[in-house]
Design a binder for this molecule. Structure first.
Ligand code: GDP
Length: 454
């Protein structure tokens, strides 16, 4: 995500390092490079112009700081301005004073609305809410059942214009199945009756912007008076994201933006333009097809990722969500004593993997931008193989890997669909690592690994 932009920007700023004083020419040259980096990332031209003008102005205005050298000051300025165009403060969901809160999703077909409905529902549940999804995309064949599948996966009930839906049983609706406005309204009424506190309305999208689409979305908005209208946009469509956003802003209006597919080869232009062009904040970001690949959008954290400063806060939050402290402490104790088993190792690995794709996790570390080549070699599939090998072992083998002799190795390899040399490698490395970790923890007196500091 934002890899090449991040590379270019860090490259441009690196050239300033080591200079005691920055001349106007230094600043001009750096600004030129930043400008090119942004244009290449598909950020819209007016946004780039305004951004560069502000940076130039501030950098030349020599904001003196005792703590920072001139190069660091420019980085600070660029960081602050990036946070600014990404929206400044993190924008939270506005909930209705009297439930249900209504959140309407709008956007082009394929933007990721239906997928998002599930993710948002799942996230809201984690926040202690009781959400319900409403299927108002009655145009695309299969859209209603897609939402039902998404809802089922997320464990969130779906209100749909067909009998047999999960809310209230068959035929509760009493609305014509062809009228999305009536379905939307019916969904909100149903949520109120059943005491669901948030309603997420999935609406129809089209391949391009057309009046009928806008009218329908505007009618649903009018009828349900949503607390939030989220414009969902595929970050991979570059400049088109801005045009589409503007059209939706004029035709329907929205209160926030959700960027999807940030896991793709997004150049970042959408993220950096949409807020400036529409004046509406990015509220959520979606970065994959799984329910968990979704998070609140934090402009400050995103800016520091783009500038290669890492996103340690998000990493900590994710760890806190998925970390089982007791399990981690038990493993740490075993590490110190040198008797970690493969079962423990598997448990630890599964815990870390709950945080998301391994490349994403490592990508949040400071300096990850510079390690991109190495990181691109890190592949979840390799971890899948390791997991498969360990799962192919008997409990006794996991507990005491020393008993894994040649015939056992062959059986494990056959059972987990890998070669014997892969099994050998894993077992050998495990012994090496166990020894090394025990030595290290002994030397560092690390009895407390995995214990939270608070
Ligand atoms: P809708 O037409 O707006 O409802 O879009 P869908 O939710 O059906 O999504 C269109 C396609 O994009 C589906 O194949 C989704 O699996 C995929 N998709 C949605 N969000 C993401 C994302 O964040 N990353 C990736 N890689 N794919 C996504």
């Amino acid at each position: 995500m934002f890899d090449s932009l991040s590379d270019r920007l860090t490259g441009a700023l690196k050239d300033l390092r080591g200079k005691g004083r920055l001349s106007d020419a230094d600043i001009d040259r750096t600004c030129r490079e930043i400008r090119l980096a942004l244009l290449e990332a598909d950020v819209s031209l007016p946004v780039v112009r305004a951004f560069i003008a502000r940076i130039k102005d501030r950098a030349k205005g020599a904001e003196v700081s005792a703590a920072l050298n001139p190069a660091q000051q420019v980085v600070k300025i660029v960081n602050e301005e990036l946070v600014g165009i990404l929206g400044g403060e993190t924008r939270r969901v506005t909930y209705a004073k009297t439930p249900p809160t209504v959140i309407m999703l709008a956007g082009l077909q394929g933007a990721g609305k239906t997928t998002l409905a599930g993710k948002l529902g799942h996230w809201l549940q984690q926040q202690g809410h009781t959400p319900m999804l409403v299927a108002c995309d009655l145009q695309r064949p299969g859209a209603v059942s897609q939402l039902q599948i998404v809802g089922e996966r997320a464990g969130v009930p779906v209100f749909a214009p067909h009998p047999g839906t999960s809310v209230g049983g068959e035929g509760v609706l009493g609305v014509s199945s062809g009228d999305p406005v009536a379905v939307a309204q019916g969904g909100v009424d149903e949520a109120r009756r059943q005491h669901y506190d948030v309603v997420i309305i999935d609406t129809a999208g089209r391949l391009g912007i057309d009046e009928e689409l806008m009218r329908q979305a505007a009618d649903i908005r009018e009828a349900t008076r949503p607390d939030e209208v989220l414009f969902v946009v595929d970050a991979m469509i570059g400049q088109d994201a801005v045009t589409t956003a503007q059209a939706f802003q004029d035709g329907v209006g929205f209160t926030g933006v959700v960027l999807t597919k940030l896991d793709g080869d997004a150049r970042g232009g959408a993220a950096l333009s949409v807020r400036e062009v529409t004046g509406r904040p990015i509220m959520f970001a979606s970065s994959g097809e799984k329910l968990e690949d979704f998070d609140v959008f934090h402009p400050d954290r995103m800016a520091s990722r783009i500038l290669g400063m890492g996103d340690v806060l998000s990493l900590i939050e994710q760890a806190e969500q998925h970390w089982d402290t007791q399990q981690a402490e038990a493993a740490a104790a075993k590490i110190t004593q040198g008797d970690l088993t493969l079962e423990d190792f598997l448990e630890q690995m599964l815990m870390i993997r709950k945080m998301g794709p391994i490349g994403n996790i490592l990508g949040m570390l400071p300096g990850a931008g510079q390690m991109k080549d190495a990181l691109s070699q890190v592949d979840d599939k390799q971890l899948d193989r390791v997991q498969a090998i360990i799962r192919g072992m008997t409990p006794a083998e996991r507990d005491n890997p020393k008993i894994i002799n040649a015939s056992r190795r062959l059986r494990i390899a056959n059972g987990s669909g890998v070669t014997v040399s892969e099994v050998n490698q894993l077992v050998d490395r495990f012994f090496e690592a166990r020894k090394m970790m025990a030595q290290m923890s002994g030397r560092m007196g690390m009895g407390a690994v995995g214990r939270k500091s608070n």
